[in-house]
Write a protein that binds this ligand. Structure first.
Ligand code: BG6
Length: 478
């Protein structure tokens, strides 16, 4: 395999999201986002979503790694690794601080102009997600987030403003990050970050999810239709958290359950790609009386605003067992997860499954017949700084190498059309799920811990030099 390379023009890079690294939560006229009302959690304690910002609580995204003021230094380090692209998001609240203003905030727009210029200075192509878990909190309080059809217009306005402003600086876009996370509709973090839904005891979470997700899909399709008018050369993708589902055993009831869990999780990208709901999803929604509001016009919009490529994150596979709940009684996919005896797990309990990535690349190719883009992959781990300042993160190199070996087979042997690879958290940042700093993914270490203490100084880990070599050799030397 070592002599095999990736195709010319392959987009090697790294990925982050605005709220997880920018900080500057009140700088340049920025408004409060849902990420700004989430406290720090841990491996065992979930992040608390507070009712507004409460003085005295620790909100790690407020300062994050202060990329807002360090971006020149950080982009320079990305360039040193040889990045061809850099995936980040545009914080909605920098552009429309409350979400429902008539006019955008010029200072926010200017920040991203400067950031994209800085990337282009080094030949780094920005890859931009519009909504990455950072909806304006005002839209949640005032409108109920995506429970409200009006929020479609606010999103489309935000998206269109960005398309117009950056039409000559950004070619690659994605609308909603990991839109499918909310298939875990009993998880408050997933529902708030995807849709701005805050739980109350009277809400039917599942019904609320199907309605909100529908509005998001319409918003995405409308934005894509607008984008095509602004610049026909844009490449616009969806972004899903792709987690292949395995049956625990070869018993047919496990296999049917695995298929059903896949159907519950993976219909979002079907709508993005095919412009219509898959049969089983539609049947399930109808049978339960969910998603009461879908219009004929919505259906036309969905069919017209389809994506050019499928962007996805890959961290793990999921194994399910029908021992307690079978396919016909499945409600929440989280209830049937079983241990996979063949896979090791990370310190945060995430199964490590490189072959699952090759399997996913083939499966998505067969399903969608579209180019794919791995826009997240990586290992969250504790790092140790040696007394001489070095960081020997061989576990991270091993993880990424094993995954890239499988990606290479998928591209070279199976002819999967893959646009690029942007490992997650190329610089240490705030974990989305736990709010921790010590759950690190980066090639670049940032001196700051879970308590928010540190100098913020950046340093190169061993994986920095490894990834530089991978890019230099276009993947021949893993
Ligand atoms: C993805 C998200 O779910 O996984 C990122 O798109 C997130 O925002 C990443 O950071 C890793 O998850 P975590 O919880 O380890 O930060």
């Amino acid at each position: 395999m070592s002599e095999m390379k990736f195709p010319d023009g392959f987009l090697w890079g790294g990925a982050v999201a605005a709220h997880q690294l920018e900080g500057g939560w009140q700088d340049g006229g920025k408004g409060v986002s849902v990420a700004d009302v989430m406290t720090v959690g841990s491996n065992t304690t979930p992040r608390e979503i507070t009712d507004g910002v409460i003085p005295g609580k620790n909100y790690p995204n407020h300062e994050a790694i202060d990329f807002y003021h360090h971006y020149k230094e950080d982009v320079k380090l990305f360039a040193e690794m040889g990045f061809k692209c850099f995936r980040t998001s545009i914080a909605w609240t920098r552009i429309f601080p409350q979400g429902d203003e008539q006019e955008p905030n010029e200072e926010g727009l200017k920040f991203y102009d400067d950031l994209f210029d800085e990337c282009h200075k080094y030949g780094i192509e920005p890859v931009i997600t519009l909504a990455h878990f950072e909806m304006p909190y005002h839209l949640v309080e005032e409108y109920g987030g995506f429970a409200n059809r009006k929020v479609i217009d606010f999103f489309v306005k935000f998206a269109t403003t960005c398309f117009k402003r950056y039409k000559n600086k950004v070619k690659y876009w994605m609308t909603f990050n990991e839109i499918d996370n909310q298939s875990s509709f009993n998880n408050e973090f997933m529902m708030t970050t995807n849709s701005g839904l805050i739980f109350s005891k009277d809400t039917n979470n599942e019904a609320a999810m199907y309605q909100a997700a529908h509005y998001e899909l319409v918003a995405s399709a409308l934005a894509i239709k607008e984008a095509r008018k602004i610049n026909p050369d844009f490449e616009i993708g969806c972004m899903i958290n792709y987690t292949p589902v395995y049956p625990k055993t070869s018993a047919p009831k496990d296999i049917l359950l695995a298929q059903r869990v896949d159907q519950r999780r993976n219909w979002f990208s079907d709508v993005h790609v095919f412009g219509e709901y898959p049969k089983e999803t539609e049947a399930y929604i109808e049978r339960n009386g969910y998603r009461s509001d879908i219009t004929e016009e919505d259906k036309v919009i969905l069919s017209e605003g389809v994506v050019d490529y499928v962007g996805f994150s890959y961290y793990q596979s999921m194994t399910v067992s029908a021992d307690k709940i079978d396919a016909d009684h499945l409600v929440d996919p989280s209830d049937v997860i079983a241990k996979n005896d063949y896979l090791e797990v990370s310190d945060w309990g995430w199964p490590i499954d490189p072959i699952g990535l090759r399997y996913s690349l083939n499966l998505l190719t067969d399903r969608y017949h579209l180019p794919l883009f791995i826009v997240e992959n990586g290992l969250g781990a504790f790092d140790k700084v040696e007394s001489n300042g070095e960081i020997h993160d061989d576990y991270r190199i091993d993880y990424l190498r094993a995954h890239l070996e499988e990606v290479k087979k998928a591209v070279v042997l199976d002819h999967v059309d893959l646009m690029g690879y942007t490992p997650w958290g190329c610089i240490d940042l705030v974990s989305a799920g736990t709010g921790q700093m010590d759950k690190r993914y980066g090639f670049i270490y940032v001196d700051k811990n879970d308590e928010g203490v540190g100098t913020m100084e950046r340093s190169r880990k061993d994986s920095f030099y490894w990834y530089k070599k991978v890019i230099e050799s276009n993947g021949a030397d893993l």
